[in-house]
Each structure stands twice: as structure tokens, then as C-alpha cells.
Design a protein. Structure first.
Length: 119
């Protein structure tokens, strides 16, 4: 995939669209730039989880998990579903999964096949 090149020939409309896209991308990257939020998204890639499940998976307090989920919800990355007293979260769309795949390849994959065997 090619990265667009900014040139002097760009129309004002194209430049405005590029700036708007950069703002959207920046907000998305800020939302996932916290290790707690990143780990929540990693767990949600495998499917819907309750707040309690996320607390246990992350070994974190409910207040901390809820705070990070609120930010992810505000940015439109996760969606809640209430069932009785429990609240379940899932990915809102495929964007986090796609970015996490790249992050995994860049930072987590050992390149020796060990990580591929675990999949």
C-alpha cells in the first residue's frame, strides 16, 4: 500500500481531507498508545469479554479496567453490551485487529517460528 505524497499541486480540498484523516488517525493511535488499553484490545481480538474477565486477564483492579474501557468506548473502538449486572465488551470494528496484527509482527513475533506455532 502506497503512502500518499503531499505535493504543491494538491487541491485545498484534498489537503483538507488529508488533515481530517490525520486527525482521525492521531486520535486512534492515542487511544491505543496506553499499554492497558492495548492489552484490553489484544484480549478482545479473541472475542467478547466481561469487565470481570478482563480484570482477571489483566490482573488489574476494576476501576483501572473501567477507566481504560471508557476511553476505548469514547474513541469508538469497543462496544458494550449489558447482560443483567454484567457488562461485556467487544471490538467495534476491524480496525483494532488490523493494527494489532501489524504491532504483533513488529514487536512480538520472534521470527523463528515459535510465535507462529503458538497460533
Amino acid at each position: 500500500m502506497a503512502v500518499p505524497v503531499i505535493s504543491e499541486n494538491m487541491s485545498e480540498e484534498d489537503m483538507d481531507m488529508m488533515v481530517a484523516s490525520a486527525c482521525d488517525a492521531s486520535a486512534f493511535l492515542k487511544a491505543i498508545s496506553h499499554e492497558g488499553r492495548l492489552m484490553i484490545l489484544c484480549h478482545l481480538v479473541t472475542g467478547e469479554k466481561s469487565v470481570t474477565e478482563l480484570e482477571e486477564l489483566l490482573s488489574a483492579r476494576q476501576a483501572a479496567v473501567s477507566q481504560q474501557l471508557a476511553r476505548l468506548r469514547l474513541e469508538g473502538l469497543v462496544t458494550p453490551r449489558r447482560e443483567g449486572k454484567a457488562i461485556y465488551y467487544s471490538l467495534a470494528d476491524d480496525r483494532p485487529r488490523r493494527v494489532l496484527e501489524v504491532i504483533y509482527d513488529m514487536f512480538c513475533s520472534t521470527g523463528d517460528g515459535a510465535s507462529k506455532a503458538a497460533e
